[in-house]
Design a protein around this ligand. Structure first.
Ligand SMILES: [Zn+2]
Length: 539
């Protein structure tokens, strides 16, 4: 049941009209929409017949927060087993794996996630180290960015992986100088060699786990997600969840195309466009043009320190360009993962070749944009392409002293061009913000903190990553609200606190524009409301 009534005693913050909420501290809600915005006294006295009143106790009410890039289905499916996040030594990985193996019933795979590549770089054959830790069982650990796995020797044997392989895309079975696999498999085709052997949970188990993830997200203040992993099964999961109960978040879904896909795949993803339920819809096509800097698969103008980064993920770039044009000409938004500088330029160039009116109408997006040279900064605004970025990745996965793997691979010049949110915003292209969960936590407070301070709570300013690229509190909040709404063509119905807008709302207990990194990180959300329904309340 929706809330029809009045939210009173709030500080209203609307990034789409920062001056426009003066004198208003209450919002009336009716039928899932904002019916009126005004003072508590005015709205309580208005003859709407609404009786329900919720006192927000001075909380800071904003348009509902939207994660502009996350993988709720894949994240839920993949975060199984030992949580290895933050673990920096192979010994510590082994200790956690021993405990996980002891917990895992005999005959089942031992799983883990968020493995840092720095750990397996400390040993020649991680497969043998894992093998010993799990007592000779099949085991699979996802690297933190999910662009690779480290597996046990038994898992390699079961998969029949005995040496280097050729793939259509840029996948790699990492081998030593003698051609013996080390246990590391990078990018989708190589990962699939092992992944297909791991039993998946039942559909019902997956649906239950997905609802639990979405509920946790609502508790973290989120009212929507731009879903980047909407394959057919994801849509089936959304349908199944909605058949039971309303979704707690609004899902804007983009099914993906893989390197090596054919025209039949383009036709299939085109046919999915417009499919929808009450609170989910398919509204874009997702591509990957490259992999990651950490894995040596980000596509760069010049090679990284290890001579890698010179290939796109798509074997046939002409077909990639055809695919982008195919969707663009049919007015379907394309969303392309492009991390390396060459990858970003290639996608910008591909889009520039689409007729301008058609290109602008679909609002195409580029995701990640981790290192960008000066000459491409102004192209986003000039060419009508939306930049979508994850400031928490800069903070979590690189270091100010450049001692991390990402910076080491790129070298100081390119590492100093990390996640240029300030420069791109100054060049008139507001940035959509996201977490890319499960690659980083989905907590939007962390995204706001990293965007504003370029560090995490508790870190010193000396540890901030390229602090000159920090955004203001208002710009950061806009990236999760009105800019996110624009990116899914919904600025007329969401992302602002004005009458007629959907009642998708988030209430912070501190001012998200001015709170310190430490206060904002700790401050609980008071209320999350989606479509006029309360999805989280802590008043
Ligand atoms: Zn992603």
């Amino acid at each position: 049941m929706g809330f029809d009534g009045i939210l009173i005693n709030a500080t209203l913050i609307d990034p789409s009209r920062p001056e426009g909420c003066r004198g208003a501290d209450a919002i009336a809600i009716e039928g899932g929409r904002i019916a009126a915005v005004g003072s508590t006294a005015d709205l309580l006295n208005s003859p709407t017949g609404q009786t329900e009143v919720l006192d927000l106790g001075g909380a800071f009410l904003t348009p509902g927060l939207v994660d502009g890039h996350a993988h709720p289905v894949g994240g839920t499916d993949l975060q199984i087993g030992a949580d290895l996040s933050g673990v920096q030594s192979m010994e510590a990985v082994v200790a956690l794996l021993r405990a996980e193996a002891a917990r895992t019933p005999p005959g089942q795979w031992v799983m883990g996630f968020s493995l840092d590549p720095i750990t397996y770089a400390q040993v020649p054959h991680v497969a043998d180290v894992i093998e010993e830790a799990v007592g000779g069982r099949p085991a699979c650990l996802y690297i933190f960015d999910f662009h690779g796995v480290a597996v046990s020797r038994t898992a390699l044997t079961m998969a029949g992986v005995t040496g280097p392989r050729q793939f259509v895309g840029a996948s790699v079975v990492v081998c030593d100088d003698h051609g013996k696999p080390t246990g590391v498999l990078l990018e989708p085709e190589a990962i699939e060699l092992v992944r297909r052997l791991i039993p998946v949970r039942s559909f019902a188990q997956r649906a239950a786990a997905l609802r639990a993830s979405l509920n946790r997200m609502a508790k973290a203040g989120l009212t929507g997600i731009h879903v980047m992993d909407a394959n057919n099964e994801s849509l089936d999961l959304f349908r199944a969840l909605e058949a039971e109960a309303p979704l707690p978040l609004r899902l804007h879904a983009a099914p993906w195309l893989n390197p090596g896909d054919t025209q039949a795949d383009l036709d299939r993803v085109l046919a999915l466009q417009g499919q929808h339920g009450a609170h989910w819809r398919v509204c874009a096509a997702k591509f990957f043009i490259d992999g990651t800097i950490d894995g040596g698969t980000g596509w760069l103008h010049a090679p990284d320190k290890f001579g890698e980064g010179l290939a796109a993920l798509w074997p046939d770039l002409d077909f990639f360009q055809h695919a982008i044009r195919f969707f663009a000409e049919r007015r379907v938004q394309t969303i392309t993962h492009a991390i390396g500088d060459k990858a970003v330029r290639f996608v910008l160039d591909t889009l520039r070749d689409v007729a301008e009116d058609i290109r602008r109408a679909a609002r195409h997006r580029i995701e990640h944009i981790e290192s960008l040279p000066d000459e491409d900064i102004a192209r986003f605004a000039a060419e009508g392409v939306i930049p979508s970025m994850q400031p928490s990745h800069a903070v979590r996965y690189t270091r100010a002293d450049h001692a991390d793997n990402w910076s080491t691979r790129l070298g100081p010049e390119r590492a100093n061009r990390a996640w240029r949110c300030r420069d791109i915003t100054d060049a008139a292209a507001p940035v959509v913000m996201g977490s890319d969960w499960p690659i980083a936590p989905f907590d939007p407070r962390e995204i706001l903190v990293c965007a504003r301070f370029r560090r995490l709570a508790g870190q010193s300013t000396a540890e901030a990553i390229q602090p000159s690229q920090a955004l203001t509190g208002l710009e950061a909040l806009a990236g999760l609200t009105n800019v996110a709404a624009y990116a899914v063509h919904e600025e007329a119905v969401s992302g602002a606190l004005t009458p007629g807008m959907r009642a998708d709302l988030t209430a912070f207990s501190v001012n998200p524009l001015t709170a310190s990194a430490e206060d904002l990180t700790e401050a609980p959300f008071r209320l999350t409301m989606m479509d006029g329904r309360i999805t989280h309340q802590a008043l």
